[in-house]
Design a protein around this ligand. Sequence first.
Ligand SMILES: Cc1ncc(COP(=O)(O)O)c(C=O)c1O
Length: 490
Amino acid sequence: MSETHILDPGHKSEELETDWPLELSGDDLRRMVEGAMERVVAHLETLPEQPMSYTSGGEELARALREETLPEGATPFTELLETVFDQGLDKTYNTPSPGYLAYIPGGGLLHAAVADLIANAINRYVGVWIAAPGLVELEANVLRWFCQMVGYPEGSLGVLTSGGSLANFTAIVTARRTRLADDFLRGTLYCSDQVHHSVTKAAMLAGFPVGSIREVPSDGSQRIQIEALKSQIDADRQAGMEPFLVVGSAGTVNTGAVDDFEALADVARERGLWLHVDGAYGGFFVLTERGRNAMRGLEMADSITLDPHKGLFLPYGTGCLLVRDKETLRKAHHLEADYMPEMQQAPDLVDFCELSPELSRDFRGLRVWLPLKMHGFSVFREALDEKLALAAWASEELRSIEHMEVVAEPQLSILAFRLQPPNLDGRAIDELNRELLRRINDRQRVFLTATHLEGRFVIRICVLSFRTHLDRMRQALEDIRAAVSEVLTS
Ligand SMILES: Cc1ncc(COP(=O)(O)O)c(C=O)c1O
């Protein structure tokens, strides 16, 4: 029988005895890391002075980069670093800057970047326990610490996701599979009109028609109205629907509002609903005393979304879902396949592929574990407490500016304000505040964004970066004051 071979039969074995450039030697790797590090360090050293958001010319830049053709041959590493640092990094929002007070700031702890280098270099498989029991346990420890942090009992666990959106999605699928039959289209779910749109999107992707998502009005502090929630649930049940899930917010994206979890837990228990809390922005404030007071009852939720790439200042790419009862998560995702190894049966061991839609994935636990172990939770608690104090400080400063209204006082580290001079009507005030925002941001020392509250245009400040301290907040207030006097006199 002739030998079958994937190689062309004309090939000689000597041709296989060559150097394979994809395999770096230790020295090659060191040189690459040093080369990259030089550019990274130079970039980070000037980060605080770099402009906050020079994006004009972004389209031309993007189109110029589209000229890149499929690279058949090699390009020197230094040239590629130039592309990334000189072109790719141009025209961006300066998201890791201390002046980034927009949307929800990330941060990007460098310890996590080092952890990623290690995790990617060792490249072990953590989707199933048996493939790397030690590494899986390190990641599971992170989840156990988070469970302890929120006050969850034994039997709770969760999974690290790529972000808050995927955590909310996994929560909704788990609630659906726990509380509803396979034929679930009569299921209805409830959230406030302030909920993050990732919750609505998650419900849609979990198979619910958008009409099944009931947006309950919020009160003057942007918290879900409990009586309105109860009435809506009861009316839906009477109409033959199957209310099964209520979603609360531990810090809304608009104003950082925290729902009343004790009241939500009562409603959920009395009416047999799953309670999920979206704590993507605010959940980690539970580490602080002020945050814990604001979030009383959080531990009664059936599931909680946290976002370490927000509240623990990690680089983008790490979210987290915690569930009170790990079995609900496992049952929602469990499937068998002939080619898979046996899954762990011991209740204290975990196969991550059984707890999420993902099979293969990065070893994201290390980027959480390393900084937490290097510094301890206490350092994160202090940093988060500082953010709460800075937001309170900013609110007080803003109130001292004539005609300034703090529309949403900080419940955590977000506040919203607008300039409201007399003798201007609603639309003119909106226009004035748009101009105010433009002038604040034009100074390039801070970057703020806006939203709408009760139909009014308002400017937001969100303090969450580990690099933001009082000096930058003073600059923010200086720039706001200067912009206010410009718009009032122009
Ligand atoms: C309250 C809230 N929930 C969910 C999300 C979505 O999280 P991610 O961007 O990590 O997917 C965000 C993002 O800002 C958020 O603020």
